[in-house]
Design a protein around this ligand. Structure first.
Ligand code: DC
Length: 225
């Protein structure tokens, strides 16, 4: 059967990665977590004491940083220069730095090219902020996933608690509001809904319900090929 590419964009904590993993598993597609790629560079910048506001330094750091995404049942395992950083890139330090790292045009250009290569054989589900608008403007199915800020903060908090990470609800809420503002007002590829994306508000929907909706839409698109 012919395969399509699926772009899932939306603000932090809308449930994109959970849903993208489910959709990829059901369709036997590859899941690519593009946020993890920006997090991997932010992690490396912190490790090497690179100034995250300095575009030239970050772009040259990226040239010598090999970021490898290995698809698995629980999402992508992430390696930076052969060291596994899957958990490290979720730390609060990385989370606090990643918006600044991802705001630089030089960084985005290289990341976007890599992401396009990863999706070039079709059969990929990518989640991020600019997948439907910049990375895969021709994706056969584009989803813009949203949820209220309170619900997004609550989900992130629960996820942290489940994984035994340090977590404070109010701080997460403020962090999400900050990141929403930065991601949607930055000059380079700000977070915005593609004109041909289907918007799904997941505030009152379970991940299963959202994944079922997306799989239904995907089936329609595949049949229409
Ligand atoms: O989805 P996430 O929280 O792991 O994303 C981390 C950061 O990377 C987030 O602040 C926005 C940025 N990002 C981006 O600019 N473009 C993408 N395609 C994915 C993430």
């Amino acid at each position: 059967m012919d395969k399509i590419n699926i772009a899932i964009d939306g603000p932090a904590g809308a449930g994109k990665s959970t849903v993208a993993k489910m959709v990829a598993a059901r369709l036997s597609y590859v899941y690519i977590d593009t946020g993890a790629m920006y997090r991997a560079l932010a992690w490396r910048a912190l490790q090497s004491h690179t100034d995250i506001l300095d575009e030239a330094s970050l772009t040259s750091l990226l040239q010598e940083t090999e970021i490898e995404m290995v698809p698995g049942v629980n999402g992508n395992k992430v390696y930076v220069n052969n060291r596994e950083v899957t958990e490290d890139i979720r730390s609060s330090e990385v989370t606090a730095s990643v918006s600044a790292v991802s705001a630089h045009a030089g960084v985005r250009q290289k990341m976007v090219t890599t992401q396009q290569q990863l999706a070039s054989r079709k059969g990929a589900v990518l989640d991020g902020r600019d997948i439907g608008t910049v990375v895969l403007p021709d994706a056969e199915l584009k989803i813009f996933l949203t949820a209220s800020v309170e619900e997004r903060a609550r989900r992130r908090h629960l996820e942290n608690v489940e994984k035994g990470r340090e977590s404070e609800l109010q701080r997460i809420l403020e962090d999400i509001e900050q990141r929403d503002l930065k991601d949607s007002t930055r000059k380079e590829s700000p977070l915005k809904k593609a004109h041909d994306a289907v918007e799904i508000d997941s505030t009152n929907l379970s991940s299963e319900e959202v994944a079922a909706k997306i799989c239904g839409l995907a089936t329609e698109r595949i049949q229409g090929l």
